[in-house]
Write a protein that binds this ligand. Structure first.
Ligand SMILES: Nc1nc(=O)c2c([nH]1)NC[C@@H]1CN(c3ccc(C(=O)N[C@@H](CCC(=O)O)C(=O)O)cc3)CN21
Ligand SMILES: CC(C)C(=O)C(=O)O
Ligand SMILES: [Mg+2]
Length: 262
């Protein structure tokens, strides 16, 4: 899998299945089950490390888990989150740290934020590092938001998010994650830009879906968000649960309205 092939999936209307991955064993299993993109998410601060936010995750942690995942993968495209504090100062800081993640095996890095990230996205992409944007509920800003809550509910915020999405795409972002936003807004964003839009709690009209692995296996120690479906229910193995997830994303039977907002 590569960036060009992912953009072609969008053009053909085939949905993109994404799962988080943090180690070689699960990466190999997800890869075998047909997951298109593996996200080494900073959610590992919650699923692996047991924190209540993603803020304590370090660049070293992300490098380590990226190296683990890269060992297990044959087909899937590997995207790694840039952790809190590793890219917000300036484009130079972001490039230096993104380069370490790419050397560890990432094929694209993800940064949270709209307007404020445009110079950084341009700087990285011009220098050969593919960048994925992330808008809506950006968990590194949880303390700014006052909790993990649905974003862009009013019209002004929705308009701003649409503008941010267009600006990120124009700045060279190759993919965009939309987290916890109303279904209609996510649909409008997916239509407005050519790059694949991957939703989580963003309704069924995105170009693809992402879930946290531990959530969809029903083994997360904390409280999983409402937009999650437990794919172990009705499955007899982890590999089957993951291939059921891929099939449900491709068939657009996941997510349905109970996993979406508005
Ligand atoms: N295990 C896990 N799953 C995730 O989806 C996830 C992470 N970790 N870590 C990084 C972010 C944080 N995310 C979260 C975390 C919690 C809620 C949550 O508790 N949502 C509640 C509503 C809370 C509220 O309204 O304030 C829900 O029931 O969906 C949502 C998204 C999504 N990401
Ligand atoms: C939930 C996804 C989009 C993420 O950013 C993560 O796993 O850290
Ligand atoms: Mg993340």
């Amino acid at each position: 899998m590569n960036l060009l092939a992912l953009q072609q999936l969008k053009e053909r209307g085939e949905k993109i299945a994404v799962l988080t991955s943090y180690d070689a064993s699960f990466a190999a299993l997800s890869d075998k089950a047909g997951v298109d993109v593996l996200l080494v998410g900073d959610s590992l601060g919650m699923t692996i490390q047991g924190h209540t936010s993603t803020l304590p995750v370090s660049l070293r942690d992300m490098e380590y888990h990226t190296r683990c995942v890269a060992q297990g993968v044959q087909q899937a495209f590997i995207v790694t989150d840039m952790p809190f504090g590793s890219y917000q100062i300036n484009p130079e800081q972001a490039f230096e740290n993104a380069a370490l993640l790419m050397a560890a095996g990432a094929q694209m890095v993800k940064v949270e934020g709209g307007n404020i990230m445009l110079d950084t996205v341009r700087f990285l992409v011009e220098r050969g590092i593919p960048v994925c944007g992330h808008l809506g509920l950006t968990p590194q800003s949880v303390h700014q938001f006052g909790g993990y809550r649905v974003q862009a509910r009013d019209e002004a915020a929705a308009r701003q998010l649409l503008e941010d999405a267009k600006a990120l795409a124009a700045a060279g972002a190759g993919m965009l994650v939309l987290e916890m936003v109303p279904t209609a807004l996510a649909a409008a964003v997916s239509q407005a830009i050519k790059i694949p839009v991957i939703g989580i709690g963003a309704g069924k009209y995105c170009d693809g879906q992402v879930l946290v692995l531990q959530d969809m296996l029903g083994i997360y120690a904390g409280k999983s968000p409402r937009f999650v479906r437990n794919f172990m229910q009705g499955a007899t193995s982890i590999e089957q649960a993951i291939s059921d997830y891929v099939a449900a994303v491709k068939a657009q039977t996941f997510p349905d309205t109970e996993h979406s907002f508005e």
